[in-house]
Design a protein around this ligand. Structure first.
Ligand SMILES: [Zn+2]
Length: 104
């Protein structure tokens, strides 16, 4: 579903998006952000998408096991340096694959 928004400039929505982005960068989960900013998790998801974090990267990541984490997508246990950032739930390889698939 696409909603067209009128108007430009800094809207309250935009401000919220920035806050969400910052919290995400700082390592908060969707739920934590939603609680802190008193918005719904779907709003958080929406804003994260807007700041360039696709839905498929917004999963809560799997726990670390002996320095490794299972990728949510390919399920392989990989070291953290194989992820774009330590908080990513999906490994770099999967993200690249996803991007490639979107191009076609
Ligand atoms: Zn993967």
């Amino acid at each position: 579903v696409r909603t067209s928004k009128r108007g430009r400039g800094s809207s309250p929505n935009e401000e919220l998006g920035k806050k969400i982005g910052k919290m995400w960068d700082a390592g908060s989960t969707q739920l934590e952000i939603a609680d802190a900013l008193e918005v719904s998790t779907s709003a958080v998801r929406f804003h994260l998408q807007k700041v360039g974090i696709p839905n498929d990267q917004q999963h809560k990541s799997r726990p670390l096991v002996r320095g490794k984490r299972a990728c949510v997508q390919c399920k392989a246990s990989k070291e953290l340096n194989l992820y774009p950032s330590p908080r990513h739930a999906i490994c770099t390889a999967c993200i690249h694959k996803n991007l490639e698939e979107k191009k076609h």
